[in-house]
Design a protein around this ligand. Structure first.
Ligand code: SF4
Length: 236
């Protein structure tokens, strides 16, 4: 029986639309608030096809294993799967939240204006895309570039963890608040997260600004440079 017009489904659809527009909050008419959020995982169960990555011994094996993934609904809407780029034995991994429009079209993380700025940030401490590894938590683009949903994170994060296990970096750098919050399961401020070295699956983990934030606010460039110097002085 089709019950898509039932009150529960209508309420669910409402929150789903709010979530797509405003991340985990919704607009009450006066302010963006973060209430309980109804999530129905059924769409993920429908699409879920378990993928075992334990046998992947190289990044190429892993890519072949997961490149057609449809474990979550983003697998149905992506243009391109965005695995990651760079040195398979990099000492430093930079991780963003998810592909955006340009990345989804090109199949590569951090392209477009933010990507060009990331390249300049790397150059400023003697690095480039061939020396480091760059990836995202989610391999497929969320609609309207909304934040990753916890369900999507939970389904996709094992792929990132496997990438880390294969690359064995000395340091992981989260680019931006959303990547840091998603991986560290915290809602601490970006400022406070930048002040410490964290741990993610046994690897040192630091947080800095997303290059798109630096494009929006020039004043953040100096503290971002401080973060880069800290990385250069302690990990290169
Ligand atoms: S976002 Fe991750 S879990 Fe979802 S379909 Fe893409 S690769 Fe699979």
């Amino acid at each position: 029986m089709n019950d898509s017009g039932s009150p529960i489904n209508l309420v669910h659809r409402y929150f789903e639309q709010q979530s797509e527009l405003f991340g985990e909050g919704f607009f009450s008419g006066k302010a963006l608030v973060k209430p309980f959020l109804i999530r129905d995982d059924s769409e993920y169960k429908v699409n879920r096809r378990d993928i075992t990555v334990n046998n992947s011994e190289t990044l190429d094996n892993l890519y072949e294993t997961i490149k057609d993934c449809t474990k979550c609904a983003l697998g149905e809407t992506r243009n391109m799967f965005v695995f990651g780029v760079g040195n398979p034995t990099a000492d430093i991994m930079f991780i963003g939240e998810a592909p955006g429009r340009d990345e989804d079209l090109k199949g590569e993380p951090f392209v477009g204006r933010a990507g060009k700025l990331l390249d300049k940030m790397l150059e400023s401490i003697g690095l480039n895309r061939d020396i480091v590894y760059i990836g995202n938590i989610l391999k497929c683009r969320p609609p309207q570039n909304r934040d990753p949903l916890p369900t999507e994170r939970d389904l996709c994060e094992p792929f990132l963890i496997k990438q880390i296990e294969l690359i064995k970096p000395k340091l992981i750098v989260a680019l931006g608040r959303v990547a840091a919050h998603t991986l560290l399961r915290t809602d601490d401020t970006l400022k406070s997260l930048r002040e410490s070295t964290h741990n993610y699956h046994g690897i040192d983990f630091k947080v800095t600004y997303h290059p798109a934030a630096l494009l929006r606010n020039q004043k953040l460039k100096y503290p971002a440079w401080e973060d880069l110097k800290d990385i250069r002085d302690n990990y290169l």
